[in-house]
Write a protein that binds this ligand. Structure first.
Ligand SMILES: Nc1ncnc2c1ncn2[C@@H]1O[C@H](COP(=O)(O)OP(=O)(O)O)[C@@H](O)[C@H]1O
Ligand SMILES: [Mg+2]
Length: 308
C-alpha cells in the first residue's frame, strides 16, 4: 500500500534551548516525540507523527524530512522552551506556552491503519481518551510516562493525588507496554524503588513495564514474574571534549525498543536494542538531528559487542 505507516508517534515537538551546568546549546529540535520519531526513522521504520507544530520551527523542520508529515497540526504560537539539567543530572523543562491537547480526532485517518502507537507527550498534552480508543481498537500502545507526571512534566501529579492516580490507572489499563525512567517514577510513585514502582504499575493493570536506570541499563517486569535487569552498552564519546550527551537518552531507548519490538515482539531483545540505540545517541551531541541517530547497521554492530 502507498505511504504505509508502521508506527504513529503522538506528542508535541518543540524548539528548545538546552542548559547544562557548564554550557548551553540550541535552539535545536527537541521533545520525546521528536527523538522517538527520528531514532526509529534512522532504523528504517516508517514513522507518522501527530504533533502540534509551532510557528517558529521553520529553520529546524528539515530535520524531519525522514518522517511522514501528514499528521502534523499547525499551531500559530511558539513551542520554544528551555530544558535545564541540574548538577546531579536530573532535569526540568520551563515552558513558555503549552500546546493544545492532542485528541483522537486529531489523528490523520490514514494513520489509523497502523498497528503500533508510541505515546510520548511532554506535559500531559495527549488526551487519555485517545489512548483508550486506540487500545479498544486492539492497537499496540506503548506509553512513556515522562510526560504523564515524569521528568518533562511541568506539574508532576503523583499517584497520591486524585488526578495523578486517574492518569496512571487509565494508562496502565489501556496500553501494551508502559515505559518510565527511574527519575520519572521518583515523581509519579514517590518513595519507592524502581522495582517496587514497576510492581505497583503491574498491579494497577499494566501488562508489561520497562524502567530505564540511566548508566545501570534497564529492568522489565511482565505480569507476576520477577523483574529482569539488562545491563547497558559501553558508550564511547565522539565529541571533541570527550563528554557524553544524555539529552534524549530515554527517548532513544524507547524508540530503539519499539523498532525491535515491532519486528519480533520480544521484550528482552527490544530492551537490548533500546540500550544499544541509546548508547550510540549519547556518544554524539547536538540535540535532535537526523545525523545524530544511529542506523540499523550501527545498532547491529553494537549489539554484537559483549554487554555482560
Ligand atoms: N552512562 C551510560 N552508558 C550507557 N548507556 C546509558 C548511560 N546512561 C544512559 N544510558 C542508556 O540510556 C537509557 C535511558 O537513560 P535514563 O537516564 O534512564 O533515561 P532519561 O534520558 O529519560 O533520563 C538507559 O536505559 C541506557 O540504555
Ligand atoms: Mg536520566
Amino acid at each position: 500500500m502507498k505511504n504505509k505507516i508502521d508506527i504513529v508517534v503522538i506528542g508535541t515537538i518543540i524548539k528548545e534551548t538546552i542548559i547544562f551546568p557548564d554550557k548551553q546549546m540550541g535552539p535545536v529540535l527537541g521533545s520525546p516525540a521528536a527523538y522517538s520519531s527520528l531514532v526509529m526513522a534512522a532504523q528504517g521504520v516508517k514513522v507518522g507523527i501527530v504533533t502540534y507544530y509551532g510557528n517558529d520551527m521553520e529553520e529546524i523542520i528539515s530535520e524531519m524530512d525522514a518522517l511522514d508529515k501528514r499528521g502534523i497540526l499547525p499551531y500559530s504560537h511558539t513551542t520554544t522552551n528551555l530544558l535545564i539539567y541540574n548538577e546531579d543530572g536530573t532535569k526540568r523543562v520551563e515552558y513558555q506556552k503549552s500546546t493544545p491537547t492532542i485528541k483522537f480526532e486529531d489523528i490523520h485517518k490514514d494513520y489509523l491503519e497502523a498497528k503500533y502507537y508510541k505515546i510520548c507527550p511532554m506535559n500531559y498534552e495527549v488526551d487519555l481518551d485517545l489512548v483508550s480508543k486506540l487500545h479498544s481498537m486492539d492497537k499496540v500502545v506503548f506509553i512513556d510516562l515522562g510526560g504523564f507526571g515524569g521528568a518533562t512534566s511541568d506539574i508532576r501529579h503523583s499517584i497520591e493525588t486524585e488526578y495523578g492516580k486517574k492518569v496512571i490507572e487509565t494508562l496502565c489499563n489501556n496500553s501494551s507496554i508502559i515505559k518510565a525512567s527511574e527519575e520519572d517514577l521518583a515523581s509519579i510513585i514517590p518513595g519507592k524503588t524502581a522495582e517496587e514502582a514497576a510492581e505497583i504499575l503491574i498491579s494497577t493493570g499494566a501488562p508489561k513495564v520497562v524502567v530505564t536506570l540511566g548508566g545501570k541499563g534497564a529492568l522489565y517486569k511482565i505480569a507476576d514474574n520477577d523483574p529482569q535487569y539488562i545491563k547497558p552498552f559501553v558508550a564511547t564519546s565522539e565529541n571533541p571534549d570527550g563528554s557524553l550527551d544524555f539529552t534524549g537518552a530515554g527517548d532513544s531507548f524507547g524508540a530503539g525498543f519499539m523498532a525491535s519490538y515491532m519486528q519480533e515482539q520480544d521484550i528482552r531483545k527490544a530492551i537490548l536494542n533500546g540500550n544499544a540505540t541509546a548508547s550510540l545517541v549519547i556518544q554524539r551531541s547536538g540535540g535532535c538531528t537526523y545525523d545524530r541517530m544511529p542506523s540499523k547497521e550501527r545498532v547491529q554492530e553494537r549489539l554484537q559487542q559483549n554487554n555482560e
